[in-house]
Design a protein around this ligand. Structure first.
Ligand code: ADP
Ligand code: MG
Length: 228
C-alpha cells in the first residue's frame, strides 16, 4: 500500500547491523515536490532510513515503494539504473571525484545517462552558475573550499533533474553562513525543478528550509502531533 499521492514511501522498515537495530519499524512517505526534514540524534537511524529509501541498502523487512514500484525486490541492475536516472544525492562531504574538474564532476551523471559531452557540459555550466560557483569549472575538488565543494555537489545532484533528491547532512561540514547559503540554493533549486527532497539533518535550523519535519528515534519515525 502506498500513502495517497506519495512518490516514495517506506513501510515497516527493519534493518539490523549484527545485533544493532538501525531501523525498527520505520514508516516514511513524501509527495512530489515536497521537502521533508528528517531530524534525530546521531545513531538514531537517519542515514539507514535514507539508504533504504534510496535503494542503496536492502532492508531486512518492510517495503519501499517508488512511483508505484517495489524497490526492495527489484533486481540490483534495475535498482541502480533507476537510482541513476531518478534520484540525486548530496552527502556531508560532497564526495566529488578528485581526479575530475568541477565541471566534469557535474557533467558526469549526465554523461552516464547518455548525454553528449558538449550538451552535458553546457548543462553543468548552467548549474554551477546557478549555485554561484561559476569560477571553479577548471579546478579539481582539492583546490576549492568546503562550501564551494558542497555547491558543486548540489549542482551535480540536481543537474539531471532527479525526481527525488536525497541529502544526508549536506551542510554538516560547513560554517553556519555557508551552510545557510547552500541550503537556500538547494531548497530553491529543488522547488523549481519539483524534486522531492529527503533532507537528513541533526541541525534544527536546517529543518527550517523544509515543508515538514519528522524525527527518527531508535529506528522509528515520529510525526509531529497534528495541530502542533
Ligand atoms: N554499515 C554499518 N555497519 C554497522 N553498524 C551500522 C552501519 N550503519 C549504521 N550502523 C549502526 O546503526 C545505527 C544507526 O546508524 P545511522 O543510520 O548511521 O544513524 P544516524 O544517521 O542517525 O546517525 C547506529 O547504531 C550505527 O552505529
Ligand atoms: Mg547519519
Amino acid at each position: 500500500m502506498t500513502p495517497e499521492g506519495s512518490i516514495l514511501s517506506g513501510e515497516g522498515l527493519h534493518k539490523h547491523y549484527g545485533r544493532t537495530p538501525a531501523l525498527d519499524g520505520a514508516d516514511f512517505s513524501i509527495h512530489p515536490g515536497e521537502v521533508v526534514a528528517v531530524l534525530g540524534p546521531s545513531g538514531s537511524g537517519k542515514s539507514t532510513l535514507l539508504h533504504c529509501l534510496a535503494g542503496i541498502v536492502r532492508p531486512d523487512s518492510g517495503s519501499v515503494r517508488y512511483d508505484g514500484r517495489e524497490l526492495t525486490t527489484l533486481p540490483d541492475a534495475e535498482r541502480s539504473a533507476l537510482r541513476r536516472r531518478d534520484f540525486g544525492f548530496v552527502f556531508q562531504f560532497g564526495q566529488l571525484v578528485p581526479e575530475l574538474t568541477c565541471l566534469e564532476n557535474v557533467a558526469l551523471p549526465l554523461r552516464l545517462n547518455g548525454a553528449k559531452r558538449k550538451a552535458a557540459e553546457a548543462t553543468a555550466r548552467e548549474w554551477l552558475a546557478r549555485l554561484e560557483v561559476d569560477d571553479v569549472h577548471g579546478k579539481r575538488p582539492g583546490e576549492i573550499s568546503g562550501g564551494q565543494g558542497q555547491r558543486v555537489a548540489v549542482a551535480r545532484a540536481l543537474a539531471g533533474h532527479p525526481r527525488v533528491l536525497f541529502a544526508d547532512e549536506p551542510t554538516g561540514a560547513l560554517d553556519s553562513l555557508n551552510g545557510e547559503r547552500v541550503m537556500t540554493l538547494l531548497a530553491d533549486a529543488a522547488r523549481d525543478t519539483h524534486a522531492a527532497v529527503v533532507l537528513v539533518t541533526h541541525e534544527s535550523r536546517v529543518a527550517a528550509y523544509s515543508d515538514r519535519e519528522v524525527t527518527v528515534r531508535d529506528g522509528r519515525v515520529k510525526e509531529p502531533l497534528a495541530g502542533l
